[in-house]
Design a protein around this ligand. Structure first.
Ligand code: E4P
Length: 216
């Protein structure tokens, strides 16, 4: 499963990229607002660090406006992936852009039917939001299972990008289901390394090593 970082924090992106864990980055208007930085400038910087897809989201709600914004965004770098909302105009835009060889991430997916539409429109990625689905009393992981089943039934190539990931269980289950990608905040990705027995093991080894009086 590929790992994308859901952030515009350059230090976090650099740190994760250095581990070899990072396959791409996703941003959205709220993430850009939180960074307090110029959208195009920060997107350019991210694309220079990460060679995989970097999602940059359009703001326009109409097809013509989305295409106009996509023109600006795709000039940032070859690895920019245009993010469009799951609406009829978003799907129309997805079709035009993917027909033209541009990667598209269809975002804000909350149903398997929506995911089916995105695949039919040629989306490179579909982003079902598991955390927000759970928050609203639905089963986010059941949604991922349904999308996997439907895409496999028909051989759709659209990659399932599990989004709105909040914790390790989301990551584990997404991997079990066979999702193609997950995107999570850097803290969630880094948190996957934590295990009390790893910490305890290091502590024990260091204590025993100290008794030898040796140095390496
Ligand atoms: C996906 O691309 C979105 O940026 C993201 O995962 C949304 O997550 P949130 O529900 O934590 O805002």
């Amino acid at each position: 499963m590929k790992f994308f970082a859901d952030t515009a924090d350059i230090n976090d992106i650099r740190e994760l990229a250095a581990t070899g864990l990072l396959d791409g980055v996703t941003t959205n208007p709220s993430i850009i607002a939180k960074s307090g930085r110029d959208f195009l400038e920060v997107a350019r910087e991210i694309c220079a660090i990460v060679s995989g897809p970097v999602s940059a989201e359009v703001i326009a709600l109409d097809h013509t406006g989305m295409l106009r914004e996509a023109e600006v965004l795709r000039k940032i770098a070859d690895n920019v992936c245009i993010k469009v909302p799951l609406t009829i105009d978003g799907l129309k835009t997805c079709k035009v852009l993917t027909d033209d060889g541009t990667q598209v991430n269809v975002t804000l997916c909350f149903s398997a039917n929506q995911a089916l539409l995105a695949a039919k429109a040629g989306a490179s990625f579909i982003s079902p939001f598991v955390g927000r689905h759970d928050d609203n009393g639905f089963d986010g992981l059941a949604l991922i299972r349904d999308i996997r089943l439907i895409y496999d039934n028909y051989g759709f190539q659209t990659e399932i990008l599990v989004a709105s990931v909040r914790h390790g269980i989301h990551v584990l289950e997404a991997a079990r289901i066979g999702a193609d990608v997950m995107t999570a905040p850097p803290a969630v990705i880094k948190g996957l390394v934590d295990h009390v027995l790893t910490d305890k093991g290091i502590e024990g080894f260091l204590a025993d090593w100290a008794k030898t009086g040796q140095a390496i």
